[in-house]
Ligand binder design. Structure first.
Ligand code: ADP
Ligand code: G3P
Length: 490
């Protein structure tokens, strides 16, 4: 069993983690380092890819030491914050400029211009995405126009999402990206094996700077010998939301998961045909194995746990994120206070890059507890808006499997069940993103023959049932709709 350990690199928006799993899905160890967030101006969010690499390497080395050496690791799986884009020099692997993070809104004007010229229907039909600064294409375009170290790099220039960068650094020369991550760039058609020439032309991006698109599991390269002594096979790779969908065993059409990390992302397995949304949801690659793709319908909410971090670090209302639970319980209701967390615009289903957050319904009797409770309530409301959009697209959630750092908050979990009016299922082991990646890597290195077999790695679920009067639910939702409408420009 020892030689069958899987090392997972989970590169979230806020932290780098390396985790060691047994082939039975048991967690053997975990190492985590926080990532510095750079906010150079309103709406701009950057990361330092060199810091990401250094911290990843350090966390991996600690886990490999704990495992008893690189020869005890059967394979590495990588999962990552998606859309965030980095440019680097192919000769050294050193980043060129900062990475532009998925939350960054600097390319809103590029997207607006393309929308005004009527390109959105073509982009949506090909990629399943909407013309929003969230995706990588406009970020690459902006980097090429504004950062001379990138525009002058010529044949040495490489672009990639974070997993692509880490694979390049780990192997020293493999410039690849898996299809789930590629589907978030806006540069690949959902049914295309390669980058789409029309989309590359639209954003002015040279194909030679982009990685090769590959499967999410299989032979994805080996680590350079100088890193860990013995080379380790890399055999799994997927965007973090896709990995969580796998780790929640949503392997059948219609099964749905919601992850509450920095943002909240809800994905429903749509099977072998890309879903077509009429309600501003996204169509995306869930995974690709042996060249065959499985797709998902996605609702992306930009602000979830980051709201707790903002209340803690910038507003000083919380000492730690978990304190929000005690504060929410300390009052019976918000007394009419609503918080619309449009701190980096609004994602699905509204897609308004310039929307601004509001706190409404305040009076002298409002306290910190009301505001914090309103912040937590906003999670269930945002999810409810997506439930309505999914339903209008023909996908009714029978139940919802939840995960991510925020679901440690029991009050939030019950509020989700109450507002969504369905059974909410929380796994005993919350780290489903890492677990799904371990499942992919296990399949990729041959420990299991399929994801269905690998789902024996998954632990049990705990169910939460709705427990609220429907009149109260309706009244709360009506108040939310008013609050949300007030931040929308039309
Ligand atoms: N008990 C809690 N209540 C509310 N939010 C929490 C709680 N614990 C953690 N969080 C939030 O969860 C987020 C971390 O979740 P995680 O899944 O690790 O994020 P990511 O993968 O995006 O970096 C943080 O934004 C944090 O504020
Ligand atoms: O950092 P997370 O886990 O909230 O994930 C970020 C998403 O991948 C962005 O699309």
């Amino acid at each position: 069993m020892a030689a069958q350990q899987i090392l997972v690199i989970d590169e979230g928006t806020t932290s780098t983690r390396a985790m060691l799993f047994g082939a039975d899905g048991k967690l053997h160890g975990s190492q985590q380092e926080e990532l510095q967030q750079y906010y150079p101006a309103p709406g701009l969010v950057e990361h330092n890819a060199a810091e990401i690499w250094d911290k990843t390497l350090r966390c991996c080395k600690k886990m490999i030491e704990q495992a008893g050496g690189a020869e005890k690791i059967a394979a590495i799986g990588i999962t990552n914050q998606r859309e965030t884009i980095v440019a680097w020099d192919k000769r050294t692997g050193e980043p060129l400029g900062k990475a532009i993070v998925w939350q960054d809104r600097r390319t809103a004007s590029i997207c607006d211009e393309l929308k005004a010229k009527g390109f959105e229907p073509m982009v949506q039909a090909k990629t399943g995405l909407l013309l929003d600064p969230y995706f990588s294409g406009s970020k690459i375009s902006w980097m090429l126009k504004n950062w001379p170290e990138i525009s002058t790099a010529g044949d040495n220039l490489a672009f990639g999402t974070i997993e692509s960068y880490l694979i390049y650094r780990l192997t020293g020369d493999h410039h690849i990206t898996d299809a789930s991550n590629a589907s978030r760039t806006m540069l690949m058609a959902l049914d295309g094996d390669d980058w789409d020439d029309e989309l590359l032309g639209l954003f002015g991006i040279p194909k030679k700077a982009l990685p090769k698109i590959v499967d999410c599991a299989g032979d994805l390269g080996r680590t350079s010998v100088e890193l860990f002594g013995t080379p380790i096979a890399i055999s799994g790779s997927a965007g973090d939301q896709q990995a969580a969908t796998i780790g929640q065993a949503c392997l059948e059409v219609g099964q749905t998961k919601a992850t509450f990390g920095t943002g909240a992302f809800i994905l429903t397995n749509s099977g072998e045909t890309p879903p077509k949304s009429e309600n501003r949801l996204l169509s995306t690659v869930l995974f690709q194995l042996n060249g065959k793709r499985i797709y998902a319908l996605e609702g992306s909410v930009f602000v979830a746990g980051s709201l707790m971090q903002w209340l803690r670090d910038d507003i000083g209302m919380l000492k730690f994120a978990g304190e929000s639970e005690d504060l929410a319980r300390s009052v019976d209701e918000t007394s009419g206070v609503y918080l619309v967390p449009a701190l980096s615009g609004l994602g699905a289903p509204h897609w308004q890059a310039d929307a601004k957050a509001t706190i409404s319904g305040l009076s002298f009797s409002s306290t910190k507890a009301h505001i914090v409770r309103a912040a937590l309530e906003a999670m269930a409301y945002q999810c409810h808006d997506l439930k309505t959009a999914f339903s209008a697209d023909g996908t009714d959630w029978q139940s919802l499997r939840i995960d991510g750092g925020m679901v440690a908050n029991d009050w939030l979990v019950q509020d989700l069940a109450d507002i969504l009016d369905i059974t909410v299922e929380r796994p005993e082991f919350f780290e489903t993103t890492a677990l799904g990646t371990a499942m992919l890597a296990s399949v990729g290195c041959g420990i299991y023959a399929s994801l269905e077999e690998a789902s024996s790695m998954i632990s049990g679920l705990e169910e939460h049932q709705p427990n609220i009067e429907s009149s109260r639910r309706e009244a709360r939702l009506a108040g939310w709709q008013k609050a949300v409408q007030s931040v929308l420009s039309n």
